[in-house]
Design a protein around this ligand. Sequence first.
Ligand code: TYD
Length: 133
Amino acid sequence: MSLVKLLSFKSLGDERGNLISLEQNKNVPFEIKRVYYLFNTDKDVTRGFHAHKALQQVAICVKGSCLFTLDDGTKREKVKLDDPTVGLYIGNNLWREMSEFTYDCVLMVIASELYDESDYIRDYDQFLKEVSL
Ligand code: TYD
């Protein structure tokens, strides 16, 4: 089964431009508790390098592009996000790395929980142990 789960958002655009609405438990498959976004990221920066024990997220590149690498402990898959009508669903226990940001990239992340450092697994060997349990 692919690690890359893409959600397609219907654009309510008209001659004035485009509009996408995100609603919890509708086109976003969980209750939304937090939204954050990354912007002005330098091109050689890599971020992420963690998994979450419980958090679910949807990442949407609303402007520009970046590359996600997902890893479930047995395989790695990459996906380029460059379309504001596409969301990448990232469930729990998935290691993620983000790279190849264009400087204009605005990466918006919708999250199922408030920020909680204790939900992070930031050590890759620890992640491998947790997913093999
Ligand atoms: P970090 O988890 O390192 O970002 P990434 O995984 O995207 O590379 O987060 C950077 C800093 O921001 C870190 O000090 C934690 C803080 N932070 C919050 O306070 N709230 C949040 O919702 C997030 C995502 C991060």
